[in-house]
Ligand binder design. Sequence first.
Ligand SMILES: Cc1ncc(COP(=O)(O)O)c(C=O)c1O
Length: 362
Amino acid sequence: MDIYAIARPEIVAMKPYQSARKTSSADGILLNANEAPTSFVDGPDLERLALNRYPPPQPANLRTQLATLYDVPESSLLLTRGSDEGIDLLTRVFCRPGEDAIVECSPCFGMYRIAATIQAARVIDVPRQPQNGLRIDFDALEKTIRDEASVRLVFLTSPNNPTGDLIERDQLERILQVCDGKALVVLDEAYIEFCSSKSASDLIDRWPHLVVLRTLSKAWAAAGVRCGTVIANPAVIDLLLRVIAPYPMAATAIDAAMQATSGAAVDRKAQFIKDVVRDREDLIIFLKNCPWVIEIWQSRANFVLIRVPDADGLVTWCDTSGLKIRNFSSQAGLAGCVRLTIGSDKEMAKLKAALEAFGEQQ
Ligand SMILES: Cc1ncc(COP(=O)(O)O)c(C=O)c1O
């Protein structure tokens, strides 16, 4: 499939900006980027980062590290400021304002719709099935993609936020088949580490229009770093590179991302995932014993979605105990629903105590 044929023609035609760091190495005497010769900051840690210099646009050390971590070739990887930026770039490159469309299956992560709206792209929603635990309606999804000529991006999320369910490989491949020649399938795997399924990124070789999004914000416990990775066919990466800011990642973020994904952090991440999975299952058992909870989704991520008779009341109740939980009850298909993130043992004990007390006054 020709990826360039479905991208915005003006992005295909444009000559990308050539920054100083992109066009020449950072060796020698650097008088080519209007930088200061030395930094003013004190402290060995920040001095080491040479903050007077622009950072590398796509830092080689971090690329190598993340390519190993995600088991993909470096040529199919783009580092971004979180997956949020990956979503934004994809929408800007592939959707012509006022003409093209994205497809989502709500309820899902809210940024797909926001990115499309900012780009003046149409959002075609194929709502999940309320009568079937909010699972994706793959027949309806397939029909929509076939019927709508303007679709350029199909956003799928596995595990999904906020329902926490997975997309099976055969379901993904069914959609890849339908999208062949007309649209990219963007599979957002922000929470994949919390489930036993492996990433679908190995399918990119076979399906060049598959894009996988990974992030350090969840299982790597590094949301503050703002580091996401777009994994895609090199043609997709080439197009995204034309649009991304010249120096997207701060030197401090590059350094933090290196540290967050190496050394003892790797073992801590493995333990964290085990803890989250255990605490998630434990919370689900607890919730099953709360007679006032109407519905509990079997999540594969680091959160649990529940439906209760009075979502606003529960959110306010938790708030007065100092606990913030996410109210989804105003969203289509999610009346009465709140999402509970798995926190530390102490935080989970507090949450359970608050839920118990809420149940007693029902
Ligand atoms: C499904 C999904 N994708 C992407 C993101 C954003 O990730 P990042 O922090 O890498 O921008 C989130 C954040 O909650 C999410 O739930």
